[in-house]
Structures are given as structure tokens and as C-alpha cells.
Ligand binder design. Structure first.
Ligand code: ASP
Ligand code: MG
Length: 424
């Protein structure tokens, strides 16, 4: 018997009618003879609404209470889905993350799964139930409190459960037909990618593709769980995320140099200018940033100026952490001895990703030539073995994605369909 984990995002269960529609879909999978575990997100904008409500009540809600509140969103949809399935004659039971045995660290709002003890799920499956698990939540082993795993993390719950239950694969249902060569909201001729490697999907998720939660892809790669990203609004096949060795040989995708173009508008850039070019200054700067619990992304440091032996260092970070970082670095101005700090949140990052670039020279020049021909200035550049990212002016992000997509021959004829438009 095939064991499947199916995850439905918030836009697939936005109202009562959608919950019934999703229930019919799950019923069909169950009736086809599969063991089915469903991971569900909160309905529509529920998580955002709960967050707004909390902030109306208290400007800085206690993280423990915020998690108590946010986890109710997924409980609602899980229970409602179980009711809808029962009405279709399919026995179903809903479980909170904690009841399902999702054990996490104690970090409220950003907990990590450390173990899954799926005893209750196994029993329920044996009894013939469809098991429905509230996504994005668990319980801390140490504090015994309810935790959440970070925004968008129902994907991670699904893959973690698929791995621990030995499921054959994990299906992630969203409102688009799969992973596209670029955001279909910008590129109407974006193509669905039939198969993509974990590595490429990781880079794309890290570079702003919101279709899958980054940690879900890390988990899938580590545990080798094939993930099928597809639309709950159609029956079309979506995108299989799997091991590079399992990608169909001779397919278009295997031959493509670039698999996709991602973009991210959520980062800001800090430049610390006029730093004495001496041992330990960069360490000092990033110590300060790390102590503020901020993750940085790209870093660029120039060679020092001959005139005065000073250098500039720029880095990007989540825009939401910008003010905190500027504050912390400003407080350390004398200690570090820099001249000036510059902050720019009107930037965006555009990345081209593809395993094909390992074996094809000239990818960088094609990318940069396309940007130059459109008058797009590059503020920062960073690369990995299978990715090239640039920081450009926020106003030029769409254009940069468009010209890169064309330059690497990714444009297709038809229009990509966006069913609900949120990517959840
Ligand atoms: N409901 C949560 C969120 O909006 C988790 C998820 O949907 O994956 O972030
Ligand atoms: Mg999502």
C-alpha cells in the first residue's frame, strides 16, 4: 500500500467550499487504496489576521502566548477538514502538532523539529483513518509548551512527517501548478519545471522563491523524500523535487543550463564605509550583527584605498532586521573606527540557478550582458557552484528577472496560470 502525505496551503482551504473541495480530493486518494496523512495550513489569511490581532492587544506579545494563539489557525482547518471528510463517509481524525508527536526545540516562533514520535498517527492509520495534522507547530521537549516552526513551515511539517512515517512521497498542494522558471506573476511566459534537484530547489528557496519553505527542502534533501509540488485547483502534474541522480535523463530540464530565475525583495543593504583596513575589523562588525541575532546574506569588501588604508564593507540582511543592525553598529562606531554607515532598503536580489552552470562556461557573462543591455547596474554579486546572485535597484528587479529569463532561453509560449495568487 502506498503511503502519502498531502499538504494543503492556506489558499486551498480559504473557506467552507474550498475545505469541502479539498476533502473530496483527499477522499479520492484514500479510496484509491492509499494510506493518507494530511498536513493542513490555516485558512486563507488567518495567521496574518491572528498576528494583527495580537499586535492590537499588545505591542510586544509574549512569544509563548503568540504561539498559543497562532497554532489555533491550523487547529481550525484540521478539525473542519475532518468533519468534511466524515460527511463523505471517510473516517478522519485531526491532531494538533503536539498530539501528532512533533517534538521541537523551545524557540517560540522559530522552533526546529528535533524528533517525531508518530505513535498515535500510526494507530490511527491502522484503524483506517485519514490522519489530519495541524501544520507549522509542535511541542517543546524541554518546556512542554506549544511552539510554531516559522511562517510557511507547514511544508516542513509535511516533509518531516513523510520521512518519519516512511511515506513514498510528499505532495505539497498550492495555488500554482508547480515550481516555475520564474515567478509567473512577473513572467507570464514562465514554464513549469517538471523535475528539479534538491540542490537547485534549495538555492531557489533561499533566493526568494516562496513556493516551498527553505527548511522543508533541506529536510527533504537530507532524508531523500521526493516532493511533488502541485496545484489543488487542477489535476495537472506539478514539479517533482528529487535527487539529481533520479532526474529523467535526456529531459529538457536535464539539458537546461539555468533551471530558474528567482528574486527577493525582502532584504536591505548596509555599507560600513571607511573602516581601518586592519586585522579583526570584519570579525568585530559581524560579531555585533550576530549578537543581535541577525542572519546576513551577501558580503562584499573592497580592497583598501591606497590614500588612507581604509575600506568599505557591504552586506545584505533581512529588511526587518535593518534598523536593529544599524542601531547596534552605530553604537559601536568609535570602537570599530569606521567613518560612516549607509542603509538602503530599496534593493532586490535576482539569482539564476542551475546545476548546468557547473559544466557550461559563459553563464556569468550572459547574465551580466543581459542586465547591462537593459541599463541595470549591479550593486553586489555573489555566487555558489550552481547560482549567481546580484543586488540591483528595487525598481529594476522585474526587468532584471525578465531579461535573465529571456537570455537563458526560458521563455515559453503559453501563459502560466495563477489560480489564487498568493502562493500559499
Ligand atoms: N499558517 C502558517 C503561515 O501562514 C504556516 C503555513 O501556512 O505554512 O505562515
Ligand atoms: Mg507556503
Amino acid at each position: 500500500m502506498t503511503r502519502v502525505v498531502q499538504k494543503f496551503g492556506g489558499s486551498s482551504v480559504a473557506d467552507a467550499a474550498s475545505i469541502k473541495r479539498v476533502a473530496r480530493r483527499i477522499a479520492a486518494t484514500k479510496q484509491a487504496g492509499n494510506d493518507v496523512v494530511v498536513v493542513i495550513s490555516a485558512m486563507g489569511d488567518t495567521t496574518d489576521d491572528l498576528m494583527d490581532l495580537a499586535l492590537e492587544v499588545s505591542p510586544q506579545p509574549a512569544p509563548r502566548e503568540l504561539d498559543m494563539l497562532l497554532t489555533t489557525g491550523e487547529r481550525q482547518s484540521a478539525a473542519l477538514l475532518a468533519m468534511a471528510l466524515s460527511d463523505l463517509g471517510i473516517p478522519a481524525r485531526s491532531y494538533t502538532g503536539s498530539q501528532a508527536g512533533v517534538i521541537t526545540t523551545a524557540a517560540h516562533g522559530n522552533a526546529r523539529i528535533i524528533d517525531i514520535t508518530p505513535g498515535r498517527i500510526e494507530k490511527s492509520l491502522e484503524a483506517g483513518d485519514v490522519v489530519i495534522v495541524a501544520g507549522f507547530q509542535g511541542v517543546s521537549q524541554t518546556t512542554k509548551d506549544v511552539t510554531t516552526l516559522g511562517r510557511g513551515a507547514s511544508d516542513t511539517t509535511a516533509v518531516a512527517l513523510a520521512s518519519s512515517l516512511g511515506a513514498d512521497f510528499c505532495e505539497i498542494y498550492s495555488d500554482v501548478d508547480g515550481v516555475f522558471t520564474a515567478d509567473p506573476r512577473i513572467i507570464t511566459g514562465a514554464r513549469r519545471i517538471p523535475e528539479i534537484s534538491y540542490e537547485e530547489m534549495l538555492e531557489m528557496a533561499a533566493c526568494g522563491a516562496k513556493i516551498l519553505h527553505l527548511r522543508c527542502v533541506e529536510y527533504a534533501r537530507r532524508e531523500d523524500v521526493p516532493v511533488h509540488v502541485r496545484s489543488s485547483f487542477s489535476d495537472k502534474p506539478g514539479t517533482w523535487v528529487k535527487d539529481l541522480a533520479d532526474i529523467t535523463k535526456g529531459s529538457d530540464m536535464e539539458e537546461a543550463i539555468i533551471s530558474g530565475v528567482s528574486h527577493d525583495r525582502s532584504e536591505a543593504k548596509i555599507t560600513v564605509a571607511g573602516i581601518p583596513d586592519a586585522v579583526g575589523r570584519a570579525a568585530q562588525i559581524f560579531d555585533i550583527v550576530a549578537r543581535a541575532d541577525i542572519n546576513i546574506d551577501m558580503i562584499v569588501q573592497n580592497a583598501s584605498r591606497v590614500m588612507n588604508g581604509r575600506t568599505d564593507l557591504s552586506f545584505t540582511l533581512p529588511m526587518s532586521d535593518g534598523p536593529t543592525a544599524v542601531h547596534a553598529l552605530t553604537a559601536a562606531k568609535d570602537e570599530i573606527g569606521y567613518e560612516q554607515i549607509l542603509y538602503n532598503d530599496q534593493i532586490g536580489k535576482v539569482s539564476v540557478v542551475g546545476v548546468g552552470m557547473r559544466s557550461h562556461p559563459g553563464v556569468t557573462s550572459t547574465f551580466f550582458r543581459a542586465l547591462a543591455d537593459s541599463g541595470i547596474n549591479l550593486q553586489m554579486i555573489s555566487t555558489s557552484e550552481i547560482r549567481i546572485s546580484v543586488v540591483v535597484d528595487a525598481d529594476q528587479v522585474d526587468e532584471a528577472v525578465r531579461v535573465a529569463h529571456t537570455a537563458f532561453g526560458l521563455d515559453a509560449e503559453g501563459e502560466a496560470v495563477v489560480y489564487a495568487g498568493t502562493g500559499r
